[in-house]
Design a protein around this ligand. Sequence first.
Ligand code: SF4
Ligand code: MG
Length: 321
Amino acid sequence: KELLLDVKNLKQHFPVKGGLLGRTINHVKAVDGVDFQMNEGETLSIVGESGCGKSTTGRAILRLDNPTDGEIYFQGQNLLKLNKKEMRKVRKDLQVIFQDPFASLNPRQTIKSILYEALSIQNVLPKAKRLERIYELLEHVGLPADSIHRYPHEFSGGQRQRIGIARALAVDPKLIICDEAVSALDVSVQAQVLNLLKSLQNQFNLTFLFIAHDLGVVRHISDRVIVMYLGKIVEIADKKTLFQSPQHPYTKALLSAIPVTKKEEKRERIVLEGDVPSPINPPEGCRFHNRCPLAVDACKTQVPPLRNIENGHQVACHLVS
Ligand code: SF4
Ligand code: MG
């Protein structure tokens, strides 16, 4: 499998202004030193509570924000070194599907015009072929051909997400970042959209970076899972390992909140005390220490590094090695 994406030491610190002069008085460390790789054709999920930095990581890869530090190699090219024009070219291979297709689809544009626009921005097809491609895209995502003259509001949430998928697919990308792409949908519709994504992945050799707050949602689609907490990765594992033998106390707590499948043993519910602390002044040492049921003294002062415990399973916890 070819390496498609290589994120190195990614940091995104947003300034916090304050005082009479509006000076920068602090920084929100939204992402604070994140490293991971993706291979072509895989589905990697990033999971964590809101504010853990998962969306910020996605936005940095898309260059919607400029990260504070780090490198993002996509197909061997450091995206953070590209100018706007170069980045526009890369966007053909790097697409996104957002949580709320309603907010990301122009209500005054017909489906035809939305998809036509996606095709013309990247100029991937001669004009004469575009309409044919639009019909093909609708078929790929399971929407009737007569959708073409309708507007986003005439569709259900699940159908709108299919339009979002068609738009991302239009330019034949390599990597699609799905930021909470099914979170707003009913469970049964979620399953349909996830199945659609899976089948499109097989057909077109797509790679997915799935961003979600719920492990249950990404369970079926993921090959590997990253768990983030307060701007840092706490665990990376292939799906089977993560669901059957999670090692980080935070992963265990997240997992204990979702229903088990037939093959799994019942898990005891681990309820974490308190809320996720502010990323402005995250706790010293292990950022999870004030909520961790297993914390020892060292956790308050020493940052646990993300260590490889066995082939590709990485954990950041003093008690796991
Ligand atoms: Fe808990 Fe300490 Fe491990 Fe952090 S390093 S997860 S506080 S045991
Ligand atoms: Mg988010």
